[in-house]
Design a protein around this ligand. Structure first.
Ligand code: ADP
Ligand code: MG
Length: 464
């Protein structure tokens, strides 16, 4: 039966697609009108479902009759097959013309009460992120309005690519997903794909391993709007960048929209090839800042509203005032506060809010250690931890080392002697000198001061 199916499919799809998508399928069994086929991966299954469901439906109808069904068995990583019971069912009525149907095929599966979740699954979008719950403020005005413009006319505005950057927890993912969600809602046929740069990298390395680069590229080249989150993780991954460059160019040339986010401005994306960086400048780069006090109040109020929770004004103000690191942390504190109140059956008041915040800050302090500081500083300055501990006297390294010592003094309980010991056995006077130099530089060098603020934020946020 499968042979017959294949024959028909071959006549309907291009050679390359047939090779890529149908040859690797293994027919497993035909039982009571249900044909089970094995596909190599979840990715593969999703692709088939997205692009060939109608064709498969037709084939099953011809071969197995109106009651025929198709089930997929997806091979999971370990090599064992997992029955996913995703299935394509055919309706009872015969279409007017056998091969032509005006309505897109319908997937009936256990998950198929066509829920919002199901619809968005293929895009990897979280439907809860939208512009309505993305509070506007000075902190995000440009990025947000550019985002809306792109969502209204993907691929058409000059904001292509759209690059959004900002520190952790400032709303990058929320914003770029809102764009994707709006596009999807306005035009169901538009293929939006959201993927983190890490997932892209994994898919790509898997494709190399499985010898399926062709299907990997095929998949990406038919995306209408590609959203790549956290591109800083492409740093140093040459092969992946090359592949992304290729896909980027192809999509861009075909007028497809590309949206990216990064935790730092493109000029600071060390380890990214210049030719890729220069592409980012074709479009618009917009930054996200920490929301100001009023915007933070608006964010908290919006959250309370959607969760149906009431918090007195003075507590809202206290939280908005005290949590100035990022929005994720602000939400985290809010959640802890609500949890505390619920668990202790206490009412939410200023006292409880202060207590909650104190506990959280305490947790954070106790978790920052020398290792963590060395790692963070190394990452920030793009220097290895070995170099920090080493004898090197290169200027950048010396500064980074002093910064790390300074942070150890500020954020850990280590003695000067112990800190020196952790930096290649230096003595405590070196640490005193480092702390002094860093303090001086914070005073006179605003750029440096800004870097220090970022690092300090990172220390404070550790456990959130
Ligand atoms: P990032 O990707 O930059 O690390 P996220 O997009 O994950 O940050 O945002 C962190 C949290 O803060 C999310 O829950 C998000 O919904 C919320 N958030 C960020 N900015 C806003 C905003 N302007 N309005 C409402 N919620 C926001
Ligand atoms: Mg994010």
């Amino acid at each position: 039966v499968w042979e017959d199916c294949l024959r028909f499919i071959r006549s309907q799809v291009g050679d390359q697609s047939f090779k890529t998508w149908f040859e690797p399928i293994v027919p497993l069994k035909l039982h009571e009108g249900i044909l089970t086929i094995q596909v190599p991966s979840q990715f593969f299954y999703e692709y088939l479902e997205e692009h060939y469901v109608q064709l498969l439906r037709q084939v099953i109808h011809t071969e197995l009759g109106p009651q025929g069904r198709l089930e997929y068995s997806v091979i999971v990583d370990s090599g064992s097959a997992q029955n996913q019971a995703y299935s394509v069912t055919l309706p009872n009525q015969t279409p007017k013309n056998k091969w032509e149907q005006d309505k897109p095929a319908k997937i009936h599966s256990p998950f198929d009460m066509p829920s919002v979740e199901e619809e968005f699954r293929h895009s990897n979008l979280n439907p809860n992120y939208d512009f309505e719950n993305y509070i506007e403020g000075d902190c995000n005005r440009l990025a947000r309005s550019a985002g809306i413009a792109v969502a209204e006319k993907p691929g058409v505005t000059s904001f292509n690519p759209l690059m959004v950057y900002g520190g952790v927890g400032l709303g990058k993912t929320h914003l770029i997903q809102s764009i994707g969600n709006k596009i999807r809602r306005d035009d169901k046929k538009h293929f939006v794909l959201y993927v983190s740069s890490e997932k892209f990298t994994t898919q790509f390395t898997d494709a190399i391993k499985n010898n399926s680069i062709q299907s990997f590229t095929n998949f990406y080249l038919q995306v209408d709007t590609l959203i790549i989150d956290d591109v800083q993780f492409f740093s140093g991954k040459e092969k992946t960048q090359e592949m992304f460059f290729h896909i980027f160019n192809h999509l861009h040339q075909s007028g497809k929209q590309i949206i990216m986010s990064s935790d730092r401005p493109p000029r600071d994306l060390k380890g990214l090839q210049d030719r890729l960086l220069s592409r980012f400048k074709w479009g618009l780069t917009a930054d996200l800042q920490m929301p100001d006090f009023e915007t933070r109040i608006a964010i908290i109020s919006r959250k309370m509203e959607s969760d149906g929770i009431y918090i007195p004004d003075d507590v809202v103000e206290y939280l908005a005032y005290s949590v100035d690191t990022n929005v994720r942390e602000l939400e985290g504190v809010l959640i802890s506060l609500i949890a505390h109140a619920t668990l202790n059956k206490a009412e939410i008041n200023l006292e409880l809010a202060k207590q909650t915040l104190k506990n959280i800050v305490h947790d954070i302090e106790s978790e920052v250690g020398v290792d963590y500081i060395q790692k963070s500083v190394g990452e920030y300055f793009q220097i290895s931890v070995e170099d920090l501990k080493d004898k090197t006297r290169k200027k950048e390294i010396v500064i980074a080392r002093q910064v790390a010592m300074y942070l150890c003094k500020e954020y850990t309980n280590h003695s000067l002697k112990s800190i020196g010991y952790h930096f290649g056995g230096r003595d405590h006077s070196t640490v005193i000198h480092a702390v002094q130099s860093v303090s001086d530089m914070i005073e006179i060098d605003t750029k440096f001061c800004h870097s220090m603020d970022e690092l300090k934020k990172k220390m404070r946020m550790k456990s959130v």
